[in-house]
Design a protein. Structure first.
Length: 381
């Protein structure tokens, strides 16, 4: 049996004109269809679509229908791409690795073709099919990637800069910081930390700059608890210039008299008192015992109430102590808390590298620091 024949617009118009001539000769509809070698239904559809048209009109109508069909198909693909991008993520997908993951998700979850998925995320199919160098045995950075993963497991709160500092100063590897950042991102080790918007508070006290060691020591308290729900109070003190931790008190409660005793020991241990103690308006810090202890010995600088950003150095240290130590441990007893928190503060002094200190530890910086304090006078009028 011969296959179905697709007639062109010109042929349809010619056959319709021939059908009119045969009808005028008195032939029935079935006879006309048989003469033209088409079915009666096809002849009816032709008359409905092309009746009264000449050859040019029929050809133009066919082109319009094809164009309309193509536009509908493009619109459907565009809407499908929009749905796909809404399903993948908000905003732009920039890196090729992220685009590959998006294409995998669209093909597996939404059932899109590889061509349409690559078009939706803006990735060439040749790029998608190429195996990344990091997934091949010939990856030259495989050993460093493994080291970074191990470092991130050991220090989950650290970023790539701390990892680079450890590579540069502890492992003695001369590696570019931007390369470490790229490998850190590719391994998915970035931890997004929400930082609240910084605000500038107006203090009623003149600004005291810690331009040398033993000029400003910042003092503050924070709380935790053991597994039985009992409170653990922690006192910390920091030299704002060297970032060195100078005090470690971990008790159920800390009275003003106990604080004065420990401060006296700290002054003797670290070679004498500083010029100024910076602190907030806590009950232990505004006590008569502390006021008498500091009289004619060390100055006290209270930050305005409700403005912890004016004591930013110790607040930053407390934040890191909370994230890297307190939140990662639970205390079965007070002795365990004392030991672990004490080890953390010792690690801060001898192993934690500060970018503000040129990636030196506080102990290394303090040992080589030659800065001296220069008082700034105040002139009125």
């Amino acid at each position: 049996m011969a296959g179905r024949k697709r007639h062109s617009a010109e042929e349809i118009v010619r056959k319709l004109r021939r059908a009119d001539e045969l009808t005028a000769q008195g032939l029935s509809g079935d006879q006309v269809a048989a003469e033209l070698e088409v079915s009666a239904a096809t002849l009816y559809n032709w008359r409905r679509s092309y009746g009264g048209m000449d050859t040019d009109g029929a050809k133009e109508l066919k082109e319009l229908r094809e164009q309309n069909s193509r536009l509908k198909r493009l619109l459907a693909e565009a809407e499908l791409e929009k749905d796909a991008l809404r399903e993948v993520a908000k905003g732009k997908i920039l890196s090729p690795t992220a685009k590959r993951r998006a294409v995998d998700m669209l093909t597996q979850t939404m059932g899109l073709s590889q061509r349409l998925a690559c078009k939706a995320v803006g990735l060439a199919r040749s790029t998608y099919r190429r195996t990344p160098l990091a997934q091949t045995p010939a990856d030259p950075d495989a050993e460093m990637r493994a080291w970074l993963r191990t470092y991130a497991v050991k220090h989950p709160c650290h970023g790539f800069r701390r990892a680079w500092a450890a590579l540069r100063h502890d492992e003695h590897r001369h590696v570019n910081k931007k390369k470490v950042h790229r490998l850190w991102r590719e391994e998915g080790l970035q931890v997004r930390v929400h930082s609240p918007r910084k605000r500038a508070g107006a203090s009623s006290f003149p600004a005291i700059a810690a331009d040398a060691p033993k000029v400003v020591w910042a003092l503050d308290f924070q709380f935790d608890s053991t597994i039985d729900g009992k409170a653990v109070k922690i006192a910390s003190m920091l030299d704002e210039h060297t970032r060195r931790s100078l005090l470690n008190i971990v008790e159920r409660s800390i009275a003003a008299e106990r604080l004065v005793t420990e401060l006296d020991k700290a002054f003797a241990l670290w070679g004498g008192p500083p010029l100024v103690l910076r602190m907030d308006n806590g009950p232990e810090l505004i006590s008569q015992a502390l006021q008498q202890f500091c009289r004619d010995r060390v100055g006290i600088s209270y930050i305005p109430p409700g403005t912890p950003w004016n004591n930013g150095y110790i607040e930053s240290f407390n934040n890191r102590l909370r994230r890297e130590c307190l939140n990662r441990n639970h205390w079965t007893n007070l002795l365990e808390a004392r030991v672990v928190i004490g080890d953390f503060k010792d690690d801060n002094n001898h192993r934690h590298r500060h970018s503000a200190l040129g990636y030196l530890t506080p102990a290394e910086y303090a040992a080589g620091c030659t800065h001296t304090h220069h008082p700034v006078g105040c002139e009125i009028g």
